[in-house]
Design a protein around this ligand. Structure first.
Ligand SMILES: [Zn+2]
Length: 512
């Protein structure tokens, strides 16, 4: 139904959506149809010239990048309604860090009355990374459903664990429909932005803000949240505030006490949320054409990638300086984690070991230890840690590992009490390590993927192309590396030719 406007005799509509690496015919067809229908466009802002410049930009990106993907949706009148694109590198980044996605549909482009909606995430240096971007004509259910399906298709149908968005009822329903395995959350920075416009002068009150933020992310349990919320409404006489009533109904999507097992990769914490909430601020209104918007998005993406490259280089050069020189566990963390993640770990370790009081509780099993921890100077909040010395499993009621993928100060204190000198393997998330991007391209390490490659031609092609693509990207910047890659490929080719020669030489002849 969504493709009703595409009906062209003999042409399956699905051909319009697809990776440019899949087939050149589909690509040419997509461009022809776009231009054909573009001439019928009734929206003055999207004249053929503007549309053509956007298509040309996509074509040129697709020519440079074999894994580039773009998709367009036209309405019944042949007008371009929605547009999505991502490049090959975004696909690779999503393969490594696609556990958490942030989607924002609040950037309006005044000239075209379009919405510029980026999909972003966080990389192993806790920096913002781009997964793709959409230009949307509206915020309707068919639009969001089309976009999310296109996004998933472009990412090999792998669903993220969690998706953080602005508050939008229609989008929420589309997420439920398309991202059925994903936990949907409303980002705190969007709630705060809305609070500023909905609550007027109250939003400037320090006392109110403190309670409001506590409701979002400072409560330990559902009971504490309910109590704080009720107290806030009473104290500021907000019982009849419609916006807060509506927000309360959606509490499952934003209250951290109710989402203790939702992985967020730290997107809600400073400075991540600052970076993510201001992606296109200041540029959207100044842009004059659709292709200029695409260029600006690509430029922003390149800037982020340069920062990632700088961090990669820093991590390769030397390990981070450990604040305690001879601490085994800190040295282990410095070895595996990237510099920025190491610093987060180090802060929690010092907090746990230097500013935590603990009480050991009796356990029947000799290998299981249970502690109650309180942090000095941070109220009476008690966190309970269970530690099994046999399996090295450690859990804490604060759930930091479940949300951020890093052990909390309480768990680190417990490890320290029991003289553990390493972080247990199961608590080192690959996505935070220096090697975060290495494993994706080596299916041998993952037996099911390797077997899939051997059994299935399409899977083999997909893995090998992505592997090669990544090598090309890595070698691009330096002449020496380019030379090295050429030589490696040439030597691989020689081996293949030699093998093929031998096979042909000894192959039985079936000639009749
Ligand atoms: Zn904890």
């Amino acid at each position: 139904m969504l493709y009703a406007g595409y009906q062209v005799q003999g042409t399956p509509p699905q051909l319009l959506a697809g990776s440019t690496s899949a087939t050149n015919n589909a690509e040419t067809l997509k461009q022809d149809l776009l231009l054909e229908y573009g001439t019928m466009a009734k929206t003055p802002a999207l004249g053929t010239g503007d549309l053509q410049s956007l298509v040309s930009h996509m074509k040129s990106r697709a020519n440079e990048d074999g894994m580039f993907y773009w998709d367009v949706q036209l309405d019944r009148g042949g007008r371009m309604t929605n547009f999505f694109w991502r490049d090959g590198r975004s696909r690779i980044d999503y393969d490594c860090f696609g556990d958490v996605v942030v989607f924002d549909s609040t950037y309006r482009l005044n000239k075209h009355n379009l919405i510029c909606a980026p999909f972003v995430g966080v990389n192993h240096h806790w920096q913002t990374t781009m997964y793709g971007c959409a230009l949307l004509a509206d915020e309707s259910m068919p639009t969001f459903v089309w976009l999310f399906k296109s996004f998933l298709e472009s990412m090999g149908n792998r669903h993220p664990q969690s998706i953080f968005t602005n508050q939008d009822q229609v989008m929420s329903k589309a997420i439920e429909e398309v991202f059925s395995n994903t936990c949907h959350c409303i980002a705190h920075w969007h709630i705060q932005k809305n609070a500023a416009s909905r609550l007027g002068s109250l939003n400037g009150s320090k006392a109110f803000n403190k309670m409001f933020i506590k409701c979002m992310q400072g409560c330990d349990s559902e009971a504490e949240f309910e109590e704080t919320w009720a107290e806030m409404l009473r104290a500021f006489k907000l019982q009849d505030n419609k916006w807060l009533k509506k927000l309360y109904k959606l509490k499952q999507k934003w209250c951290s006490a109710l989402n203790k097992c939702t992985f967020d990769g730290g997107v809600e914490y400073e400075p991540q949320c600052d970076s993510m909430s201001n992606i296109f601020s200041g540029i959207a209104d100044k842009l004059t054409s659709l292709s200029a918007i695409a260029v600006a998005v690509d430029k922003q993406t390149e800037d982020w990638r340069e920062k990632e490259y700088d961090e990669d280089t820093r991590c390769c050069q030397k390990p981070p300086a450990c604040i305690i020189k001879h601490s085994d566990i800190l040295n282990h963390a410095a070895k595996v984690y990237t510099h920025r993640i190491y610093k987060l770990f180090e802060t929690d370790f010092l907090d746990g070991c230097g500013a935590t009081k603990f009480k050991e509780l009796q356990c029947e099993d000799n290998n299981i230890y249970q502690y109650e921890m309180t942090m000095q100077g941070r109220g009476s909040r008690v966190c309970t840690v269970h530690f099994n010395m046999n399996t090295m499993q450690i859990t804490c009621s604060c759930s930091k590992f479940e949300t951020m993928g890093l052990l909390c100060p309480h768990a680190l204190k417990a490890l320290s009490i029991k003289n553990a000198c390493k972080i247990p393997e199961i608590y080192i998330l690959k996505r935070w390590t220096k090697d975060a991007k290495k494993w994706v391209f080596n299916p041998k390490q993952y037996e099911p993927s390797y077997q899939e490659c051997m059994d299935d031609e399409a899977a083999y092609c997909k893995y090998v192309m992505r592997y090669a693509y990544d090598l090309v990207m890595k070698s691009q910047g330096q002449e020496e590396l380019r030379k090295l890659l050429w030589e490696t490929l040439e030597s691989g080719e020689k081996e293949l030719e030699k093998y093929l020669g031998d096979v042909n030489q000894y192959a039985p002849s079936y000639a009749t």
